[in-house]
Design a protein around this ligand. Structure first.
Ligand SMILES: C[S@@+](CC[C@H](N)C(=O)[O-])C[C@H]1O[C@@H](n2cnc3c(N)ncnc32)[C@H](O)[C@@H]1O
Length: 253
């Protein structure tokens, strides 16, 4: 059990997530009322996928959470007894919070690692049975490079979730009207260059968000053999229900 003073320090400030604390209380979230459901809906979808793919006892498996923020999803993974959980984020303050929360919850299997995923090499992360990549892709200027990196660090499965944009398709001239190609997908460019100080934002500012079809196509293209789209519960967070965000499980085999 955490020291009472540490618990008090954790309880007295707001967090991005509602963490259940060992004394039965819960952290206050910075999110407006109703928006915290974005976390619980994604957690429910992720848990369902893990139940189906790896089961509840993951003591023989390792995991990595790419863009772990304060470690809420990584610490939920810890409940399945993963052998180790690597919690990666670009922001040192998130990793400090994730470590503080791991200490409070008595989790010793989670290890923080500060990396800008846009620059990272697979060797810095290692290979893990389960990869999480939630809420990250649409904050990146090199989403395809990062999807390749995600494939390289995944041994079994990745759960990926992202904001998406409307899909565009069609046939385009390619060098000449004689040579035509089908468009496989598209990205929307969103400007976060004035918000790179914000804790949940991109660290570089130029953000490319894919359409659902684009992401599904890319996941196969970078080497995931099977790609499964996860359905949100009917009463889940509005963005997932309205298909403005999407979650996939991408299987290596
Ligand atoms: C919207 S939050 C999502 C956090 C968490 N995965 C979730 O789904 O709740 C985006 C996270 O990505 C991190 N991030 C943004 N760009 C990054 C990058 N290039 N490398 C590593 N982390 C990054 C941010 O610091 C933040 O923790």
């Amino acid at each position: 059990m955490a020291e009472p003073a540490t618990l008090e320090r954790v309880r007295s400030r707001p967090w991005f997530y509602e963490f259940d604390l060992p004394d039965g209380t819960r952290t206050r979230t910075t999110l407006p009322e109703g928006v915290e459901k974005i976390h619980t809906t994604r957690l429910e979808m992720m848990e369902r996928a893990l139940d189906a793919c790896v089961g509840k006892d993951c003591s023989a498996l390792t995991a990595v959470d790419l863009a772990c923020h304060q470690g809420w999803f990584a610490l939920h993974l810890a409940r399945r007894n993963f052998k180790s959980i690597l919690a990666v984020d670009a922001r040192a303050e998130h990793l400090a919070d994730a470590q503080l929360m791991a200490d409070v919850l008595g989790v010793r299997t989670m290890k923080p690692l500060q990396l800008d995923i846009e620059d990272a090499r697979a060797g810095e992360i290692g290979v893990h049975d389960v990869t999480l990549m939630l809420g990250l892709l649409y904050h990146l200027e090199n989403p395809v490079r990062v999807l390749r990196l995600a494939r390289a660090v995944t041994r079994r499965m990745m759960v990926i979730e992202t904001q998406v944009v409307p899909h565009l398709s069609g046939i385009v001239d390619w060098g000449s009207w004689r040579f035509q190609r089908p468009m496989m997908g598209n990205f929307g460019i969103i400007d976060e260059t004035e918000e790179t100080h914000a804790s949940e934002a991109s660290v570089h500012g130029i953000c490319l968000a894919p359409s659902i079809e684009t992401l599904e196509w890319l996941l196969r293209r970078v080497g995931f053999r099977r790609v499964e789209r996860l359905q949100p519960p009917p009463d889940g967070y509005e963005q997932l229900v309205a298909q403005k965000r999407v979650m996939f499980v991408a299987h290596v085999d």
